[in-house]
Design a protein around this ligand. Sequence first.
Ligand code: ADP
Ligand code: MG
Length: 317
Amino acid sequence: MPEERLGEFDLIDRFFNRASDPEPFLDLGIGDDAAIVRVPENKRLCLSVDTVVEGVHFPKDFPPEHIATRALGSALSDLAAMGASPSHFTLAITLPDSRVAWLEAFASALMSMASEYGVRLVGGDTTRGPLAISVQVHGWLPEEQSLRRDAVKPGDLLVVSGTLGDAAAGLRSLEAGQDHGNHEFLLDRFSCPRPRIELSLALLGLANAAIDISDGLMKDAEHLALSSGVQLVIEVPALPVSSGLAEAYPEDFSSLALSGGDDYEVLYSISREAWAMLPADLQAQLTVIGHALEGEPLVQLVGLDSTIETKGFQHFE
Ligand code: ADP
Ligand code: MG
């Protein structure tokens, strides 16, 4: 029996136009030429768009539910990195065909992550072509607060959420066809990023600056250093590494933690005073990995073991 396929409008109606409950800031959602959203009083609109392309950001034949969580998760992570509270999103999807089973799995995973993070799908675009997904997320920021890249102050501590390198290791073992005991854990870190929205909301007004780690700690720390015009010192032995990563890659977990992207953890800078006052439950979600100094804007690695592969970031030497 041939797989069921749908036309564009049936597809939008069946899979993406699901939410029917009213939403306080949404005047007009899916179905018109554009959505109309109200920005709450005393708030700023914070928005960002991210695209994932098959064969570039995820492997061919990657499960549709994981494509959905990567696409929405990476987009939401940009809001986390600003300290914004997610509100709405739009979805531009380019599909080679319209297989119902694929769409069902994609849409279910997308909608369940959306409700977990309290974001409502308000529109999008559906086209035919090589598989690619763009998600534009919208969120709110208080008028005078945000976690910008250009606000690191000399003397700040650098603190990072979660553990680093897991997602890159998961992708590596997937591509190498390795099935070690930690594969599932590591691959889940790649497939289903968990954007640090709540942690960032708690740090808004306390931390000075933030960036989410999508390209790898070294690259993203360099962005922070350049935007803020400060030098960043990172202590390699302090990097938070999961036991799963250390077990699976005992030789090169440090280089994965330094250069592996896709974890969507957040690197924050925070004054020593603010750090010392931070509630214990927030401190427990963070690891101090270095500090900022006045000086040439670059990233210095301290305690770098000579066995660590540094090819990927030689421009910092
Ligand atoms: P237009 O041709 O005016 O751009 P479309 O025919 O592309 O409108 O879309 C019709 C409606 O369906 C619009 O409200 C649009 O936002 C919505 N829409 C289209 N594709 C998607 C999608 N993948 N997810 C959510 N909404 C979508
Ligand atoms: Mg259109």
